[in-house]
Design a binder for this molecule. Structure first.
Ligand SMILES: [Mn+2]
Length: 328
């Protein structure tokens, strides 16, 4: 087994040597980690391996209705029969083990599946590809080689992974390969319309009202190239939104002509500001997130800054202006 760059065949062989695997996604699971996990679980089951999906955090509204998601369990601590009932852990798009929210995963061998650039290679096997548009696409590749056929359910889950991570095939990672994968998933029975409904038409009233609260804070600067938008605990209280109801807010300023960078600042409790960053084109927003202890991708990244909202902006905005300055 080559730990450095395992082949798809080596990964399938390692899976086949297992009897019961535990698949774990990252905190605040998203479409890619959920869809990738559902797809991988079916691949394992069809190869005769029992699979359990267990996340630290519950599924977001909408994606919780994805066929297959009903099998996903969640909890603050690992299942009681861990590690004895399992012989392999599969981490689905976790750049480091702590992103799972669990400790002690290392009591079992780990298969580490990820497409983040800064993955710490913590697995016995590291199936890593930073060029991959989604981990769902990486699972699709495994299915293509495996002697089993994915069901309509697995195909839809993998399509959900791919379409959410490519922003409905709008981001720069929507490569020819991504479209080829999507085409095959649809041929396997994936339902793009269902996925679009679950992703875009399952918001709570509070989530939409929170968008209104956030839009009132919208601020443009640097000649309209940099947009900030924010929500604080009062905005959550007024709108009736939950902490997870913020997915779409960072995208609102992105629709404005001329905006190249968006910073969405979310203060859930006094003293810490969670920041989602988005950029267009070659602007590497991840480089800024990393400076504040965060991570992500070239055009989508995040970090947390301790302190008040105004203090967070004082630290963050000069760095974003610098990134824009270097690009112009
Ligand atoms: Mn992903």
């Amino acid at each position: 087994m080559s730990g450095e760059h395992p082949t798809l065949r080596e990964i399938l062989h390692r899976l086949q040597r297992s009897k019961r695997i535990l698949i774990v996604g990252h905190l605040s699971p998203d479409g890619d980690c959920i869809g990738g996990a559902i797809g991988f679980a079916e691949l394992a089951e069809k190869m005769g391996v029992d699979a359990t999906i267990f996340n630290h955090d519950p599924l977001p509204t909408g994606l919780a209705e994805l066929p297959g998601a009903e099998k996903i369990r969640s909890g603050a601590t690992l299942p009681e029969d861990f590690p004895s009932a399992f012989d392999l852990v599969v981490c689905m798009e976790c750049p480091s083990p702590d992103r799972t929210g669990f400790e002690n995963l290392h009591r079992l061998p780990i298969l580490n599946i990820d497409h983040h650039r800064a993955n710490t290679r913590y697995g016995e096997i590291n199936f890593l590809d930073e060029e991959a548009p989604a981990v769902g696409e990486m699972v699709w590749r495994l299915f293509n080689l495996a002697p089993v056929q994915p069901s309509k359910e697995a195909a839809t889950a993998l399509f959900a992974a791919l379409s959410t991570d490519t922003g409905d095939f709008r981001y720069s990672n929507a490569t020819g390969e991504a479209f080829r994968a999507a085409a095959e998933m649809v041929e396997w029975g994936a339902e793009p319309t269902l996925v679009a409904e679950l992703v875009h038409q399952r918001r709570s009233e509070g989530a939409v009202r929170l968008m209104g609260e956030a839009l009132r804070s919208l601020h443009l600067e640097s000649g309209g190239r940099l947009a900030t938008i924010e929500v604080d605990p009062d905005a959550f209280a007024r709108s009736g939104a939950k902490p997870a109801d913020t997915d779409e807010i960072v995208n609102l300023p992105r629709s404005i002509a001329g905006v190249e960078i968006v910073a969405f600042l979310k203060e859930l409790e006094k003293g810490a500001v969670r920041i989602s960053l988005r950029s267009k084109g070659k602007l590497d927003i991840r480089s800024v997130a990393v400076e504040f202890g965060g991570g992500g991708h070239t055009n989508a990244a995040g970090c947390t800054i301790e302190g008040t909202m105004s203090r967070a902006k004082e630290q963050l905005l000069p760095r974003l202006r610098l990134l824009l300055g270097n690009a112009s």
